[in-house]
Design a protein around this ligand. Structure first.
Ligand code: NAP
Ligand code: GDD
Length: 320
């Protein structure tokens, strides 16, 4: 049988790197779309660089994606690329809309033009629930985004549904709740905390400046979540799924466990800094993963506590 071939946009990101590893393990040819930058940015994929094919393209440029789809003819496309940091979306709302919102139309349209039979995954987000209208959030909970990023993701979600319904494309929207790992970007709160814990423990830093400690998130492990992306594209019909753990914890609790893991008390080191508050906050996210469990047979394998301690241990190692 011919090898399956997948295109991943955002392969240099946290999820892209784990998904590439997973698809390679499943026997896929993996094509990774990378955008041009003045410095090489392959930290997360250098260990698999010789096993994947990297091609140039940008979500801002539909023609680039038409060309690479024509040349590489994948059977599955995973659209993970985005301006993904919520805080930045407040200072760069138009850019975020271009990449994270309209970028989805550009790649979907490129797929439609080249081969509408290609299966498509869109990286949607629990940030679309924003000011939550029900607890826990399911696939049918009404959306109420609270950031330009959330608004852009909502556009990406609906254009994915629209292309599925208009052109009979196999297009899925995975509504993923926060997922973290030792590869998480340093600006996101979990990695910011675990990296600071390691640096403080090793005597390299003295304090950690954070914003709202009372925000609650449903945090899972990124490696678990990429399995769900793949499963969504292996079904008889395309559909949308919430992917989450079903548990929620505050940023404060994350700090408690992370500092506690190295024998420190977070209250001695965390300083509240107004700069890290957002103009509008998402106070509480907790997803109901029942549909993904029943229809995809998916369940997370790493607990919250295991996730926090894994990230602290990794940062201790990296900061030595
Ligand atoms: P990430 O680490 O920030 O990675 C984003 C990726 O997108 C990077 O590879 C980046 O490339 C690429 N990119 C950005 N702008 C691009 C453009 N104009 N053209 C092509 N590539 C571009 O994000 P992540 O955490 O892996 O998340 C993956 C996706 O899932 C994102 O769409 C995110 O919004 C969504 N999501 C994430 C979570 C989560 O908790 N992680 C939850 C729900 C949804 P560079 O390396 O060149 O910057
Ligand atoms: N980043 C950051 N930095 N967040 C802080 C800080 C800080 O110093 N202090 C408190 N927080 C709070 C934020 O206000 C937010 O309520 C929470 O920590 C989580 O922030 P992030 O880690 O930046 O993630 P996010 O929830 O805003 O967005 C992530 O998850 C989404 C899914 O719900 C990103 O990965 C998005 O791309 C993703 O879609």
């Amino acid at each position: 049988m011919a090898k399956k071939r997948a295109l991943i946009t955002g392969i240099t990101g946290q999820d892209g790197s784990y998904l590439a590893e997973y698809l390679l393990e499943q026997g896929y040819d993996v094509i990774g779309m990378i955008r041009r930058s003045s410095t090489v940015n392959f930290e997360r994929i250098h260990h698999i660089q010789d096993k994947v094919t990297l091609v140039a393209g940008d979500l801002l440029d539909e023609v680039s994606m038409i060309h690479l789809l024509r040349e590489h003819r994948p059977s599955e496309v995973y659209n993970l690329a985005a301006q993904s940091f919520v805080q930045t979306s407040f200072s760069q709302p138009v850019f975020t809309g271009e990449v994270t919102g309209l970028g989805v139309t550009r790649i979907l349209d490129a797929v439609r033009v080249v081969d509408p039979g290609i299966r498509f995954y869109q990286a949607s987000s629990s940030e679309m629930f924003g000011k939550v209208q029900a607890v826990p959030q399911t696939e049918t909970t009404p959306f109420y985004p609270r950031s330009p990023y959330g608004v852009a993701k909502l556009y990406g979600h609906w254009i994915t549904v629209n292309y599925r319904e208009s052109y009979d494309m196999y297009a899925c929207s995975g509504i993923l709740f926060n997922h973290e790992s030792p590869r998480r970007g340093l600006e996101f709160v979990t990695r910011k905390i675990t990296n600071a814990v390691a640096r403080i423990k090793l005597g390299k830093d003295k304090e950690l400046r954070l914003g709202n400690l009372d925000a609650k998130r449903d945090w899972g492990y990124a490696k678990d979540y990429v399995r769900a992306m793949h499963l969504m594209l292996q079904q008889d019909t395309a559909d949308d799924y919430v992917v989450s753990t079903g548990e929620t914890y505050s940023v404060r609790r994350f700090c408690e466990i992370a500092f506690g893991h190295v024998g420190l008390n977070y209250q001695d080191y965390v300083v509240i800094d107004e700069r890290f508050y957002r103009p509008a906050e998402v106070d509480l996210l907790v997803g109901d993963p029942a549909k993904a469990a029943t229809k995809l047979g998916w369940k997370p394998e790493v607990s919250f506590e295991q996730l926090v301690t894994m990230m602290v241990d990794s940062d201790l190692q990296a900061n030595k």
